[in-house]
Design a protein around this ligand. Structure first.
Ligand code: GDP
Length: 330
């Protein structure tokens, strides 16, 4: 594969090249990994920045309906939209959140949209790296907005928030008790809480739920990177589009403020540092679990147990070998 050619095509915004590039970063083969790194190195100097929006919510809350509506809305504003999905838990059968593109019937037919199904499940560390690289590729391809969808389970939300400029939490209208069902940690990383399905019979419940969350958000510690009034809860309807204009206005207000105050760049810099260390940790762990290393550790473990070699000496031996052989595998 001619990586230079692929980079040129991705930068020119060619969909098929972008899809191919994402397949390359998703591959676990070491020659592909080398090419993927090369490709990203070639593309990163083009300096394009998309607005990265993370979106989370439990199954059934209306994520795909919202992305379809919101994506179409953004396109009507003259923007281009890429949609990526993270589903490390494989909570759905088939393993792919967006495997069925009919979930976003209109958006998937839009020439200004790009929808990428999530790859099959894998370790979170690997998923994080692949998703981040896919985001970088979409940015390099010139997309204005990259939506990163994840289901509201496990660590995937924190992971997606760590690669997003804005993190949206989609919630359903519910009785007061359910407010406590939303983990505090998730509330703390949300920039906007959108109470969806604020239409028809559910509208009044949605408004009440939204007020409850507004109250809960006010109790959280103020974050340095938020202007007054944020994070905030709002009602939307992915079906009627009610509240969408206001939600987008809030997102833009938040982004503009953070850019003006220097928080946007600072946050991206912190995220880059975070991912560097995470990749390192993940790479080292995967070296430890490689078959050869594992066998060596077991062997030395036997000798330590038999009193032939001290624990310290055995650990030193393995570490010395790792220093020589470390390859950051997938
Ligand atoms: P996901 O699992 O989070 O992706 O949720 P879906 O987008 O598949 O939506 C789950 C169900 O909620 C579907 O039956 C949708 O039609 C419905 N739904 C989604 N958004 C809304 C909304 O704004 N209002 C109403 N009334 N129903 C909605």
């Amino acid at each position: 594969m001619d990586i230079h050619d692929l980079a040129t095509r991705v930068a020119a915004g060619e969909r098929r090249a972008l899809a191919r590039a994402i397949t390359l970063v998703e591959s676990g083969r070491s020659d592909h990994r080398t090419q993927a790194t090369e490709l990203l190195d070639m593309l990163s100097p083009n300096g394009r920045q998309a607005l990265r929006i993370g979106l989370s919510g439990t199954p059934g809350v209306g994520k795909s309906t919202f992305i379809e509506t919101f994506g179409m809305f953004l396109i009507q504003q003259g923007l281009t939209v890429a949609v990526l999905a993270v589903d490390p838990s494989s909570a759905r059968s088939g393993g792919s959140i967006l495997g069925d593109k009919t979930r976003m019937e209109h958006l998937s037919r839009e020439k200004n949209a790009f929808i990428r199904p999530s790859p099959s499940q894998s370790q979170l560390g690997g998923v994080a790296r692949r998703t981040r690289e896919a985001v970088a590729l979409c940015e390099a391809a010139g997309f204005d907005v990259v939506l990163i969808e994840t289901v509201g389970v496990g660590q995937s939300e924190t992971m997606v928030a760590e690669m997003s400029d804005l993190f949206l939490l989609l919630l359903a209208p519910a009785g007061g008790d359910e407010l406590q069902g939303v983990k505090r940690g998730i509330m703390e990383i949300a920039d906007l809480i959108l109470v969806n399905k604020a239409d028809g019979d559910l509208k009044s419940t949605a408004i009440r739920t939204c007020a409850d969350y507004s109250g809960a958000l006010r109790l959280l510690r103020k974050r340095i990177y938020d202007p007054d009034g944020y994070p905030k809860a709002m009602t939307v309807s992915a079906v009627t589009q009610d509240g969408l204009i206001d939600a987008w206005a809030a997102m833009k207000e938040l982004v503009d403020w953070r850019k003006a105050e220097g928080h946007w760049n600072k946050r991206r810099a912190q995220q880059a540092r975070h991912w560097f260390e995470e990749d390192l940790r993940h790479g080292l762990l995967s070296v430890l679990t490689q078959a050869g290393t594992r066998a060596r550790i077991n062997d030395l473990g036997d000798r330590v147990a038999a009193g032939e070699i001290s624990a310290t000496r055995a650990a030193e031996e393995v570490l010395a070998e790792l220093r020589l052989h470390t390859r950051f595998a997938n």
